[in-house]
Design a protein around this ligand. Sequence first.
Ligand code: COA
Length: 208
Amino acid sequence: MKENLIIVGAGNVGGFLVLNQELFNNQYNIIGFLDDAVEKINKTFWGIPVLGAVDDLYKYPDVALVIGIADPIVKKKVLQKVGDNHKFPNFISENTWISNDVNFGKGIIIYPGVSINYETEIGDFVIINMNCAVGHNTRIEKCCSLAPGVNLAGFTHAEPFAEIGIGATTIQQVKIGEGSIIGGQSMVIKNTEAYHTYVGVPAKKKGF
Ligand SMILES: CC(C)(COP(=O)(O)OP(=O)(O)OC[C@H]1O[C@@H](n2cnc3c(N)ncnc32)[C@H](O)[C@@H]1OP(=O)(O)O)[C@@H](O)C(=O)NCCC(=O)NCCS
């Protein structure tokens, strides 16, 4: 029998998971979403009902959970509500190329077309969107989000809650500080400061 699953967040990541269950061996029975947006509650998205707000999770003991939220800061807040005492399976698309010697945490979502090279760590609740390349010896810490087409050179270190925009790139050995936001198509060549936004080629701190 399939295990029951709830998706926290009735947004685009949730839509991807619902509509592409064959990428994950059709392993779960998705019973619903939980979402704090009141206008979504009791509605249906992609054929799946929004059962309530995140605080309603207590009504569904023993279900597996996936946090379908790409924004690391929103995800952090939601995780504070949800707590850590649940089963958080990984959703790693079946065509992901994963080298030997890659370690995964829990609650990770990896879209199709991603490649991950050796001696790499992917932390809890990381999302890696379509067609990203993750170089060898890279460390991506918890709740980071990589938008489509991000290329991380070897030994890149993304600290927790970093958000790396579409098509952005790093050179080898840079550290993306905790909660840094990297704009789309930027090229990061130096370490970035925590909770600042960087854009351009080479990426420069903006006064956001
Ligand atoms: C960096 C980013 C987060 C900033 O968003 P924002 O706070 O709304 O910023 P604004 O659009 O107001 O732009 C502010 C300034 O930064 C510049 N800028 C914004 N994004 C930029 C980028 N990616 N590259 C170069 N410059 C950029 C703007 O031109 C503007 O410059 P100015 O002050 O000289 O006029 C956003 O532009 C971005 O790149 N997001 C990535 C989106 C993404 O990956 N989507 C895929 C989701 S799956």
